[in-house]
Design a protein around this ligand. Structure first.
Ligand code: GTR
Length: 415
């Protein structure tokens, strides 16, 4: 009896005290604090944005700047790729269903510093198509972990790689992707910046070492920013690769990499489409709702993901000059897809939907169809429009259902 009592006390202490603070995630809609979302169509000087022209020339830049200063940090300009080394190019990957090109690129002439190992899966060779539309997706644990094909070389970078392990997002349906006529391009996010917090955030390794001037600032370039910047550098690489049509590339990501895909789509308008899967707090979910993961919680668990200034909004979301609907607005008028899951309460599926609702006025102003409805759709009944949204059954993951919708979405625009 006594040991059961002790067990209950210990569990209660663990649940109630996260990093020295009494805290428990709220999952109750009735307990959401009152909030008003900033209006993406009201300029900093209070005037209303009434024309697409005003959005394009003024308001969009204001919002982008706010996200850099208050959320993700500065975004350095492009650094050109100094070398691309071909590692292998084979015709018979995935049991003959795909071609596999593996290359590494470097930013420095002497090949010191970051090395990016890219894998490009292509449909089998035909005379008809030369340059394919593509999905660009960073992976968590190394290229080798997304599929069992042993032609994929082992990752030699950061030690977190667990060979053969699918990791977050599971194995990827590469046969289906190339079978539908797309290239799949991937690299491990740790190639750009290792996702660690060794005694606090460290911003002097990975690609951060290329731009030391951003360190120590309130808008310091942090990890999500570095991963998004990395997606843009892969797009630079694709612009020179004859097999991919760089004007038809989808920026896609799951979870923290879903946050990254949204920021990449916002900062780099060359991405034709953007897909965020289960991206949650700091991704598609509205911060002001404070359901599931909150700004304080994410900044405490992952202090290296966002810029230093973002910490000022811990438990203080209402004073943030932006919320995540404005991040989606920055993707307009390009088509975007936000995927949620019923069992992914930590990511606040309704908050992910409400961001789409909040971005709709911008999409409509830009003469697109925007979001088809402002009511949360039924489970597994996707809303199709320029803003796309679904809520599927199940947990935090990328499932077959998700992939089917994302491929159909790409077919509608870039096939
Ligand atoms: C969680 C984090 C989420 C999400 C997820 C992931 O621990 O709280 O924001 O990004 O990790 O990336 O798997």
């Amino acid at each position: 009896m006594r040991s059961i009592y002790c067990f209950i006390v210990i569990v209660a202490l663990v649940v109630c005290s996260v990093e020295g603070k009494a805290w428990q995630a709220n999952y109750d809609e009735a307990k959401i604090p009152k909030y008003t979302l900033p209006d993406p169509l009201v300029m900093a000087d209070g005037s209303k944005v009434v024309s697409p022209e005003q959005w394009r020339t003024k308001r969009r830049a204001e919002i982008l700047d706010l996200f850099k200063k208050h959320v993700y940090g500065a975004m350095p300009s492009a650094m050109s790729i100094a070398h691309v080394d071909r590692v292998s190019f084979i015709d018979n990957a995935l049991a003959g269903k795909a071609r596999l090109l593996q290359e590494s690129f470097y930013f420095k002439k002497d090949r010191s510093g970051p090395k990016i190992d890219v894998c490009v899966f292509l449909p089998p060779k035909t005379k008809k198509v030369k340059a394919y539309p593509a999905f660009l997706i960073l992976n968590f644990f190394g290229n080798r972990t997304i599929h069992t094909d042993e032609n994929i070389r082992m990752y030699t970078g950061h030690a977190r790689l667990k060979p053969g392990r699918a990791g977050r997002g599971g194995k990827w349906p590469i046969e289906d992707i190339v079978g539908r006529g797309y290239a799949l391009v991937t690299a491990c996010y740790n190639n750009f910046d290792i996702d660690h917090r060794v005694q606090g955030p460290k911003f002097d390794d990975g690609v951060h070492q290329l731009y030391p001037k951003y360190q120590g600032r309130s808008d310091n370039w942090a990890s999500i920013g570095a991963w998004a910047w990395g997606m843009s550098r892969i797009l630079d690489y694709l612009e020179k690769l004859e097999f991919v049509d760089a004007k038809r590339v989808v920026a896609m990501g799951h979870s923290r990499l879903g946050k990254t895909a949204l920021w990449a789509g916002a900062t780099d308008q060359r991405f034709a489409l953007v897909i965020s899967n289960n991206s949650g707090c700091g991704g598609a979910a509205l911060a002001r709702r404070r359901i599931g993961e909150s700004v304080w919680r994410i900044n405490t668990s992952f202090p290296h993901w966002f810029c230093a200034k973002h910490k000022e909004y811990n438990d203080n979301e209402n004073v943030m000059p932006v919320d995540q609907h404005m991040l989606i607005s920055l993707i307009a008028p390009r088509p975007v897809y936000v995927g949620s899951a019923t069992g992914d309460k930590w990511a606040d599926p309704r908050g992910e939907f409400l961001s789409c609702v909040g971005a709709d006025a911008v999409y409509k102003l830009l003469n697109t169809s925007g979001l088809a409805s402002h009511s949360l759709p039924a489970i597994e009944k996707p809303l199709v429009g320029t803003i796309n949204y679904h809520l599927r059954k199940g947990k935090h993951d990328v499932t077959k259902f998700d992939w089917t919708q994302y491929l159909d979405f790409a077919d509608r625009y870039i096939k």
